[in-house]
Design a protein around this ligand. Structure first.
Ligand SMILES: C=CC1=C(C)c2cc3[nH]c(cc4nc(cc5[nH]c(cc1n2)c(C)c5CCC(=O)O)C(CCC(=O)O)=C4C)c(C)c3C=C
Ligand SMILES: [Fe+2]
Ligand SMILES: [Fe+2]
Length: 369
């Protein structure tokens, strides 16, 4: 059959709104074979590596997928948790926290989690929402800064899923939220709480995932958005220019990527006598191998070897209360005009009814950027 079967009529609910949270994806296990499977899907996406297929695929299969998985599996194993990959474990908690927050607000929104590469798949996420009667879906990629290699890779894949359906739902996308006040505030709370409990380093390094410089030259807004996030966060924390800096980590391949590169810059700081640094990664809303291993272990080791005294990694937003609220606000704003059915309440729950009524009458204009 050309199109997938539609959910059975018996499972049809009244029209509902669905929210699909999407993150990058992660291997199913910290083993070379699982990492190989994951990297094969990820790195063969032309959104991620923009080299002509004829040149890239022999390098990918002949070199990258034979050399990288073993080393990467060991790195994954070092951060693996009882709930699996940290990226997946935190993303699940975010989906649960967001669902709870939205239902506490009286909004009947179905939340599903999907990964762009690997599991749980986008197909499964969209299918679960449709099974639950969602004819409208807000897709929220968990990337604060837009990059074609991440954000547009999600809309490509959602489009491919929709192309297999007969009864296509209405779709909206959150493009980015790099300057969203709730996102900035949740990061500030994270960092200020850390400083209150553990004291403050001499410098705050804000390390973002890197991107090839060529992507920026071709028009990707990622670099500008990272700098803007950094500026807004530093401003909110009342930091002087010399107390904070933006760097870029996770370089992949031989091409030039955005600079300064995090690890060499950490070494330079140590050598120049900045002995205490705190590192936060605003581009990762969930802790993952890139933060827990590349920064908190490798980055720290490099900094100490270069003569630094102390490097402290500040946890990502994960499922912090301020972030769950910010995420719910962001979702609510992007779902404006889509009737979200209030969750059924006891008639005696007068206080809640009043809140619902108040929300319904709330005409505060959207503050989207
Ligand atoms: C936060 C935004 C991200 C951008 C932009 C991004 C671009 C990008 N990444 C690679 C290559 C790799 N990334 C890897 C891991 C990884 N990347 C992101 C996010 C962004 N990537 C996350 C959240 C993760 C963690 C996944 C996890 O399982 O925890 C990896 C795999 C790890 C490794 O082998 O080192 C690779 C490879 C490219 C080429 C790219 C843009 C061109
Ligand atoms: Fe990446
Ligand atoms: Fe990395």
């Amino acid at each position: 059959m050309r199109f997938l079967p539609e959910p059975s009529p018996s499972s049809h609910h009244p029209t509902r709104t669905g929210l699909l949270l999407v993150n990058l994806g992660t291997p199913d296990a910290p083993t070379a074979s699982a990492v190989r499977r994951y990297l094969a899907e990820f790195l063969s996406d032309p959104r991620v590596v923009e080299i002509p297929r004829l040149v890239w695929l022999p390098i990918l299969y002949g070199l990258v997928l034979t050399l990288r998985p073993r080393d990467a599996a060991a790195r994954y194993a070092s951060v693996w948790t009882s709930e699996g990959s940290p990226l997946l474990a935190w993303s699940r908690r975010q989906a649960e926290g967001l669902s709870r927050e939205l239902s506490d607000r009286g909004l009947g929104v179905e939340v599903a989690l999907a990964m762009r590469y690997g599991n749980p798949s986008l197909e499964a996420g969209i299918a679960a929402l449709r099974e639950n009667g969602c004819e409208r879906i807000l897709v929220l990629p968990l990337y604060p800064q837009y990059a074609a290699s991440t954000t547009a890779a999600v809309s490509d894949a959602v489009g491919a899923c929709l192309a297999r359906l007969r009864n296509v739902p209405e779709i909206r996308y959150v493009r980015d939220f790099h300057a969203d006040p709730g996102y900035i505030e949740a990061m500030a709370v994270r960092i200020l709480d850390f400083w209150r409990d553990k004291g403050r380093g001499r410098k705050l390094v804000l390390s973002f995932h890197g991107l090839p410089k060529r992507s920026i030259a071709l028009g990707d807004p990622y670099h500008q958005q990272c700098l803007e996030t950094g500026r807004l966060l530093a401003e909110r924390l009342s930091l002087y220019a010399e107390q904070v800096e933006v760097t870029f980590q996770s370089r992949f391949g031989a091409a030039e990527w955005l600079q300064p590169y995090t690890e060499p810059r950490l070494k330079e700081l140590a050598k120049s006598g900045v002995s205490d640094v705190d590192v936060f990664c605003p581009g990762f809303v969930a802790d993952c191998i890139e933060t827990l291993e590349e920064i908190a272990v490798q980055g720290k080791e490099a900094f100490l070897l270069a003569g630094g005294r102390q490097l402290r990694y500040i946890d990502a937003l994960n499922d912090s209360a301020a972030w769950m609220k910010a995420l719910a606000n962001l979702a609510e704003r992007h779902m404006q005009g889509w009737i979200t059915r209030p969750v059924a309440r006891q008639p005696a729950d007068a206080a809640h009814a009043a809140v619902l009524l108040q929300r319904k009458n709330d005409t505060t204009p959207a503050t989207d950027q």
